[in-house]
Design a protein around this ligand. Structure first.
Ligand code: NDP
Length: 450
């Protein structure tokens, strides 16, 4: 990409030189800077205040050794990370990913995206992300517990309820958050809202588990209603993944009148022309921690196909990629378009490649980018922080209503920003600009050195 604006070109060159080989991070920075071109052109103060130079550099990046002992008595060593990217509008906030693919580039890309996403929610949260290359898959509960405790022993030195509040992400669910919270409390002798995604018995919020999946659907419903007077009613929906986000997106899409016909995991996908039976999926994934393939042993007429990318060949009206980054490429986008897709909204972070996004936008497909469409998870984490501060618990209905309002507002703020900057309907540009403006304003007010 060649930036027309010289300031942005200079900053991007420096990011490339400073972060060689960090492809995911560079991809995320390039997309955001590209969207900010009209903003930087219009107002030179972003350049004179060095806002872009600063926003692309994490305030702090922590990497540490995590050693633990497996069930056979062998010492294992993993690498832990926490990227505290930007605290201009609130304490750092963002999940912890446990997956073998975790590296500095992945954590930085996620932390960078989180700055704008958190700003879009309208809540006072800065951007951060963390995790480890530890793979919880196939590990015993005892091994997961020992890893989580060792991970938190170091992480606890850097986080706190008013400093940095991590949450779940891929591989980090209620079990892992529980072990980490227990260790933090043991080490610090304090009971504070230092993590979100906690269990309900010790400070968690109702509706947090459902929030990202529900939020994607609330966003998609509003986008379809306002942009093309459409809705989920009677639509065929394809959702990738079968983890937390995919499961609750399936539930809400179905409640809103859609028929979800496919789900996947990293090995393959299932197609059920009668509509996915979510009780079966929940039993396999949430209770038994099994593979999506097992769905076909339990539901008559369902088909299993090896290879996860094939899921995008299934004709659908609405596609919700809810698995992982770069899972939907240009070819997959072309196939979806050929098959008549009308709306795509990203439940996962950066699931569509730049080529895929370009194709959707060119074809006039309504496209909800991750930082807007999947912000419901972190928004509800923000609501969990509020409840912890008040030492109160809100009802499911209260939290869900607030979540819905937030998602509707995110759509309108992104749409309005796209209009204000001459890209009406391009929500990639709109979300990046709307998220950026608030953070940049706070950075200007706070001065250069803080
Ligand atoms: P989970 O670990 O619960 O689930 C991830 C799912 O994606 C698993 O079913 C996994 O299968 C599957 N998967 C991984 N790689 C692929 C692939 N290449 N193709 C198809 N399926 C694949 O994670 P979450 O549901 O929590 O997170 C999913 C995405 O949503 C991530 O990008 C995350 O960052 C994002 N997100 C999550 C939020 C949350 O609140 N949980 C909030 C905002 C964003 P397998 O078991 O084979 O690995």
């Amino acid at each position: 990409m060649a930036f027309k604006n010289e300031y942005l070109a200079k900053v991007y060159d420096k990011v490339c030189a400073r972060n060689p080989g960090e492809t995911e991070f560079l991809q995320a920075v390039e997309e955001v800077l590209e969207s900010l071109e009209p903003v930087v052109e219009k107002d030179k103060s972003y350049e004179t205040n060095g806002i872009i130079d600063r926003i692309v550099e994490p305030e702090r990046f922590i990497q540490f050794r995590v050693s633990w002992v497996d069930d056979n008595g062998n010492v294992q060593v993993n690498r832990g990370f926490r990227c505290q990217f930007n605290s201009a509008i609130g304490p750092y906030k963002g999940g912890l990913r446990l997956h073998p693919s975790v590296c500095a580039s992945v954590i930085k890309f996620l932390g960078f995206e989180q700055i704008f996403k958190n700003s879009l929610t309208g809540l006072p949260m800065g951007g951060g992300k963390g995790g480890s290359d530890f793979d919880p898959k196939g590990k015993s509960d005892g091994e997961v517990m020992r890893f989580c405790q060792s991970f938190m022993t170091e992480l606890s030195k850097h986080i706190g309820a008013d400093t940095d509040v991590p949450a779940g992400d891929i591989g980090t669910g209620a079990r892992e958050i529980g072990y980490m919270f227990g260790q933090y409390k043991r080490l610090r002798n304090e009971f504070t809202g230092v993590l979100t995604g906690k269990g309900l018995s010790y400070g968690g919020s109702l509706a947090r588990t459902e929030a990202t999946g529900y939020g994607v659907c609330y966003f998609t419903e509003e986008m379809m209603k306002c942009m093309k007077n459409e809705s989920f009613e009677g639509k065929t929906v394809v959702i990738s993944g079968s983890g937390n986000v995919a499961i609750y997106a399936t539930q809400k899409a179905t409640e809103l009148g859609g028929k979800v016909v496919a789900l996947s995991d990293s090995n393959g996908y299932v197609y059920d022309k009668n509509g996915i039976n979510l009780d079966v999926v929940k039993q396999i994934k949430e209770v038994e921690r099994g593979r999506i393939k097992e769905y076909c042993d339990r539901v008559e007429g369902a088909e299993y196909h090896e290879g996860c990318s094939g899921i995008w060949t299934i004709p659908c009206d609405i596609a919700l990629p809810c698995a992982t980054q770069n899972e939907l490429d240009g070819d997959a986008a072309a196939t979806l378009i050929k098959n008549g897709v009308i709306a795509v909204a990203e439940g996962a972070n950066m699931p569509s490649t730049p080529d895929a996004i370009e194709k959707f936008l060119e074809a006039g497909v309504m496209f909800g980018p991750a930082k807007a469409a999947n912000a419901g998870g972190v928004a509800t984490s923000g609501l969990e922080m509020s409840q912890n501060s008040e030492r109160l618990s809100w009802t499911f209905e209260e939290v869900d209503a607030k979540l819905k309002d937030i998602m509707v507002n995110i759509f309108h703020n992104s749409y309005n920003a796209s209009k204000d900057y001459d890209h009406e309907g391009n929500l990639v540009v709109g979300a990046n600009i709307a998220g950026f403006l608030k953070v940049a304003d706070a950075m200007k007010w706070q001065g250069v050195s803080y």
